[in-house]
Design a protein around this ligand. Structure first.
Ligand code: PLP
Length: 382
C-alpha cells in the first residue's frame, strides 16, 4: 500500500459504509461477513484438494467469534481451531457438529471440560498424550509435532514413541506449524516440511495439516489434507511480498470530537512530543490506546507514525496516542470533511492492516486482535 499523502482513488467514502444510527457513538468497527466468507472461499480454492478450516482463536482475531463462525459455517467451513477450552466452549455453542480443535493442547486437569464440549486437543507432548489416553476410551486428538517453533509439539525424534503411545487414543489429525511462512524464500520452510514428512510417515492414514494463511502460498504447497488459515480470512495480507490476495473485512471509523488551529512551535498532547512546524489545523478523534490504537503509533518530531483518512486524504497522527484520543493533523484534508462530528477512517479500504501495523511498529495480527471492546460493532453482509 502506498504511504504517501494524497487523495486516495477511487472508492474511499467520506462516511463509514454503515452510517451510525446513534449520534452518541464515537468509534465504529464494521465487520464485512460477506468478505470473510469470500476470503474463506478464496483460501479453499487455493488449497486445491485439501480441506480449508478456519482458525478463530482470540475472538476470531478480535472481530467476534459467533458472527465470524456463522459466516464461515454458511460458506461451508466445518473445521475450526481455537486457542483454549473457554474459546472452544464458545465455539461449540455456535455449532453442534463442527470439528473444534484446541491449540493449547491438554492443560493439566482440563480433560473433562474438553470432553463435555466435544473439543479435540492438539496434544503437544508425550506427557499430554499419556494423560489424554487415560481420560476416556480412545479419545480423539490432534498430534502436534514440533518442526522448529520450539513452543509446542512433540519433537520429531520422538515420533516413533508418539505413534506407539497414540495406539490408546484416536488421532484425527497430525499437525505442525511454520516459523516464518510469510517469508517465501526462507530455507527453514523446506526443512520444516521435511521434518514433518518424517513424523507423518508414522501416521499414514491420519489427515495432516501444516499450513497457516501464509503457508498456503508457499511454492512447496504444503497443504496436505487440511489448511488452517486465520489471518487471511480476516483480511490480513498473508503474502507481504505481494499484493494482498484477500478482501478487507474490518473497517474502523472514529469521530472528530474537536478541531483547532495551532501556531508554529505549539506542541500537541502529553509531553509535547510533536511540535507544529507550520500553522496547522488539528482534529481530536475519539479513539485511543484503550481502544487498541497502539501507543507505538505515537508521532513525535523525529518519527512520523499512524495515519487516518479524512475526506480521502491521509492525515498523520500528531503527538502521543492517549487513552481515549488521537490527534490528527488535518491541514491538508478537505475542510468540509474535517469538522466536529465527522468520521475518519483508521482501517478499511484506504488504510490496510499492514500499513497501520508498520506505522505503529507492530504486526497486523496485533492490530486486529487488540480492537477494543468500546467500539460499536456492526456486522453486515450475511
Ligand atoms: C494461529 C495459528 C494458525 C493460523 O495462523 P494465521 O497466520 O493467522 O493464518 C494456524 N495454526 C496454528 C498452530 C496457530 O497457532
Amino acid at each position: 500500500m502506498g504511504v504517501e499523502m494524497g487523495i486516495i482513488e477511487p472508492a474511499v467514502r467520506l462516511r463509514p459504509r454503515t452510517e451510525p444510527s446513534d449520534p452518541a457513538e464515537t468509534g465504529v468497527l464494521s465487520v464485512d461477513l460477506a468478505a470473510l466468507a469470500d476470503n474463506w472461499r478464496t483460501m479453499t480454492r487455493l488449497a486445491g484438494s485439501a480441506e480449508c478450516g478456519a482458525v478463530v482463536k482470540a475472538d476470531a482475531y478480535g472481530l467476534g467469534l459467533a458472527p465470524a463462525m456463522r459466516a464461515l459455517l454458511s460458506a461451508g467451513c466445518r473445521t475450526f481451531f481455537v486457542a483454549n477450552v473457554v474459546e472452544g466452549e464458545a465455539a461449540r455453542a455456535v455449532s453442534q457438529d463442527a470439528a473444534i480443535y484446541v491449540l493449547d493442547g491438554l492443560v493439566p486437569g482440563a480433560a473433562r471440560r474438553l470432553f463435555a464440549a466435544d473439543l479435540v486437543p492438539a496434544l503437544g507432548s508425550l506427557g499430554e498424550l499419556d494423560e489424554w489416553a487415560t481420560a476416556g476410551r480412545k479419545p480423539k486428538a490432534a498430534i502436534h509435532f514440533d518442526t522448529g517453533m520450539n513452543r509446542f509439539g512433540i519433537p520429531i525424534r520422538d515420533a516413533a514413541q508418539a505413534a506407539e503411545r497414540a495406539r490408546h487414543i484416536a488421532p484425527t489429525l497430525v499437525m505442525s506449524h511454520f516459523v516464518s511462512a510469510q517469508m517465501r524464500d526462507e530455507p527453514r520452510n523446506e526443512r520444516q516440511i521435511e521434518a514433518f514428512l518424517d513424523a507423518r510417515a508414522r501416521f499414514a492414514d491420519i489427515p495432516a495439516s501444516m499450513a497457516n494463511s501464509s503457508a498456503v502460498f508457499l511454492p512447496q504447497r504444503p497443504h496436505f489434507d487440511l489448511v488452517r488459515p486465520g489471518y487471511a480470512l480476516f483480511g490480513g495480507n498473508p503474502t507481504p511480498y505481494a499484493e494482498c490476495p484477500v478482501r478487507p473485512v474490518a473497517r474502523l471509523h472514529a469521530r472528530i470530537l474537536s478541531t483547532r488551529e495551532i501556531e508554529p512551535g505549539a506542541t500537541v498532547g502529553y509531553d509535547g512530543l510533536w511540535t507544529a512546524p507550520r500553522r496547522a489545523r488539528i482534529a481530536t478523534i475519539g479513539v485511543g490506546y484503550a481502544d487498541g490504537v497502539p501507543v507505538g503509533a505515537t508521532a513525535c518530531d523525529a518519527k512520523p507514525a499512524g495515519e487516518a483518512l479524512v475526506g480521502g486524504v491521509r492525515c498523520p497522527f500528531v503527538g502521543r496516542v492517549s487513552m481515549d484520543y488521537v490527534v490528527l493533523d488535518v491541514t491538508d484534508a478537505p475542510r468540509d470533511a474535517a469538522q466536529r462530528g465527522d468520521w475518519v477512517e483508521l482501517l478499511g479500504d484506504g488504510v490496510c492492516i499492514e500499513d497501520a501495523a508498520a506505522r505503529a511498529g507492530t504486526i497486523g495480527y496485533e492490530i486486529l486482535t487488540r480492537l477494543g471492546a468500546r467500539f460499536s460493532r456492526r456486522y453486515a453482509g450475511i
